[in-house]
Design a protein around this ligand. Structure first.
Ligand SMILES: [Zn+2]
Length: 394
């Protein structure tokens, strides 16, 4: 089997942030690049041009590509007026506050202004920098981290027109959403009345949910066709950040569809992260938000449907992650780089060398092309970086 490729992710702060020093990036990158082969660096998204120019110069010496890390349907509101998702009661959907640099508020992918904002920000702040590619993040709707209404959207005017055109019964959808908002689960019930999870997709007692989530994935795909053709015309390669299929389903990401617009895909397999995109975090939010009483019953039923037996509420089981990867590698033709955490943050990402080693030893046996060391090299402690080096030393 081919040796796995290594991609590194560096967070330079949000759009309004300029606190990272090039020297810190240089030290961390050299520590890694002098011991192992790095294929690409994904870096973003502060608008500090100097940082990228200097990093690119350094990477050239090592023949490493530089990708701009760009959030598409979140965060851009800090720079350009954007249109938030609208929930089924007609209210705008609120963000999730993780840290000052990221607002985790989400904008409607069907609003043309929102798509133009992405192009405008790129052309204003980043187009003069010599990037090899662009890495599109937040290509999704809100998740259960944005509360139930982070998923029960969008009902803006553009979206209502789309439902109309596609014969989606808005009325039954709203009634069903209202039911879930108030429903009490009995022993045989599951969240949303899920009956099956097969090939990365769910089946429900009421088919309206399938229509709704299918529509959402179509909308994200359509927006991405526009966005990616813009960036391709600038000569950039395209990588995309996605959830793992069992949660990507709820945010409008159908990986089989989305692979058409990308050169590579990074499914985030954050087994330990207690923040948006973290598997235990998103799973617990799904239960918490969609079930109001008898949460334990609903959780057990959903775990059964997913075929998960060894989940204790802390680290998501590697066995299940390998099943998700198996589905992805069998059904997608594009290169897959699995996102694994190497950074350490108190409480939200207690990543240790042992945890990293468990991920790599297992995922190395799959046919993925490589790894994206996520989500920030700058906040990865030395012992975690050393563990990665132990695995991939030249
Ligand atoms: Zn909308």
């Amino acid at each position: 089997m081919d040796r796995k490729k290594i991609v590194v992710q560096i967070f330079t702060g949000g759009f309004k942030n300029k606190e990272i020093k090039f020297n810190d990036i240089k030290c961390k990158l050299l520590e890694l690049m002098e011991c192992i082969d790095v294929e690409k660096v994904i870096m973003g998204w502060s608008v500090d041009k100097e940082l990228y120019v200097k990093t690119k110069k350094l990477l050239k010496k090592y023949n490493v590509e530089l990708y701009l890390w760009f959030p598409c349907f979140s965060e851009v509101g800090l720079l350009e007026k954007s249109n938030l998702l609208v929930d089924y009661t007609g209210k705008e959907v609120k963000g999730y506050a993780l840290q000052e640099d990221e607002n985790f508020e989400f904008y409607c992918p069907n609003n043309k202004g929102n798509i133009e904002n992405i192009k405008k920000i790129y052309s204003t702040y980043f187009s003069e920098i010599e990037f090899d590619g662009i890495f599109l993040d937040k290509i999704r709707y809100g998740s259960f981290s944005n509360k139930l209404n982070g998923v029960f959207n969008c009902f803006c005017k553009d979206c209502l027109d789309i439902y109309e055109k596609n014969n989606i019964d808005k009325r039954s959808l709203m009634i069903e959403m209202d039911n879930v908002s108030n429903e009490v689960i009995v022993s045989e019930d599951t969240p949303f009345g899920i009956t099956e999870y097969i090939n990365g997709k769910y089946k429900f007692k009421n088919k309206i949910w399938e229509d709704f989530f299918e529509m959402k994935s179509q909308n994200i795909y359509n927006a991405l066709v526009d966005i990616s053709s813009y960036f391709k015309s600038k000569g950039l390669k395209i990588g995309i950040d996605t959830f793992s299929p069992f949660i990507s389903y709820f945010v409008g990401q159908d990986l089989e569809k989305l692979q058409e617009v990308a050169d590579f895909i990074k499914p985030m397999m954050y087994r330990i992260t207690k923040a948006p995109a973290g598997l235990p975090f998103e799973f617990e939010r799904l239960i918490d938000e969609s079930v109001h009483e008898n949460k334990e019953i609903a959780k057990r039923n959903l775990l059964d449907i997913l075929g998960i037996r060894e989940y204790e509420g802390d680290i998501y089981p590697i066995k299940f992650v390998l099943e998700e990867i198996d589905f992805i590698t069998k059904n997608l033709v594009k290169d897959i780089y699995v996102g694994i955490e190497i950074n350490k943050k108190e409480i939200i990402a207690p990543v240790t060398p042992k945890y990293i080693s468990e991920n790599i030893s297992n995922i190395n046996k799959t046919t993925v092309k490589g790894y994206v060391l996520s989500w920030d090299l700058l906040s990865a402690p030395k012992e975690n970086i050393d563990e990665v080096i132990n695995w991939f030393r030249n």
